[in-house]
Design a protein around this ligand. Sequence first.
Ligand SMILES: C[S@@+](CC[C@H](N)C(=O)[O-])C[C@H]1O[C@@H](n2cnc3c(N)ncnc32)[C@H](O)[C@@H]1O
Length: 316
Amino acid sequence: MQIKNHLYAFRYHETESALCNLEAKYIFKNQDENKLLFSDRKIDPSNSAFIKNRLDIISSSTDYDQLIKDIKKKEIQYEGFKVEYIIFEGDKTRYADRLTKLKDIGYSIDGIPDYYTPTITYALCNYFGTWCFGILIKNNFDWLKHKKKPYSYSNSISIDIAKALVNIAAETNKEKTLLDACCGVGTIVLEACFAGYNIEGCEINWKVCNNAKKNIAHFNYKTKIEHCDIKEIRKWYDAAIIDLPYNLSSYASNLDIQHIVESTALITNRMVIVSISDISNLISRVGFKIVDHCTIRKKGKTAFARKIWVCQKSEI
Ligand SMILES: C[S@@+](CC[C@H](N)C(=O)[O-])C[C@H]1O[C@@H](n2cnc3c(N)ncnc32)[C@H](O)[C@@H]1O
């Protein structure tokens, strides 16, 4: 097995697996197996709702004694460190043995440990027979604060989906310019700002647009939200996200949907669209090809499902 620089652990509900796979494809160009993924790409776990943590590998070996020798050779010095054991599926190491191994590692690091307020967390795990030791970077779930945004909207998508849309649109490139073409109260814009992306928003409804601005200011993010019809936007963006209107509070006819997709297609080469109906014909009519798509069902028994379309301008 090829050990790479980082080992990612994922968490997601079965209804989210298609979205998580799609997100992983655009972040890592790969997808998880059993909710684990080795990659040389370094991603902040907090920028995805599905990445639980990242282990930055320092040493690995199929031979545990060799691993400990390697760690000692590195002469790691750190005050206030902590070591955790991460249990992966198939790891049969018993509790007492796990504790002994944590002590082995603790004695191989020079410094006084601090279990309650560590300055750094190291971790040990057994990945299908290979012992891996490294620095553990956890998802801080700080972004959950956005759940308490001052203004919400019955039409808003979940934060998990919003984060995935941003990652799919930006493909981890922080230089890209992004547009949320129908931004509502700014759920997607908030996640993009949190992750440090360059995003702007557009919203036709004055009140909703104002609420998006207030939500963004509430979390001290700075970006532009235009109050206008998307057809008035002339600026070019590297990618646009469109969470299409779909129900009574933001009612849209087929013509409205067509108008939004057509207008957005004029100002970008890449669109990530959320719809509740099949819009594949419309996407090709505006000169785009569908490079990926998936369906996300809501948890529980509801039949409600959203479709995500990743589209690229055809001549590119
Ligand atoms: C499904 S909602 C978006 C919700 C948003 N993602 C959120 O989480 O708050 C669709 C939004 O598109 C807006 N909209 C409809 N037609 C539009 C147009 N032509 N230009 C810009 N925004 C439009 C609606 O006012 C509505 O707020």
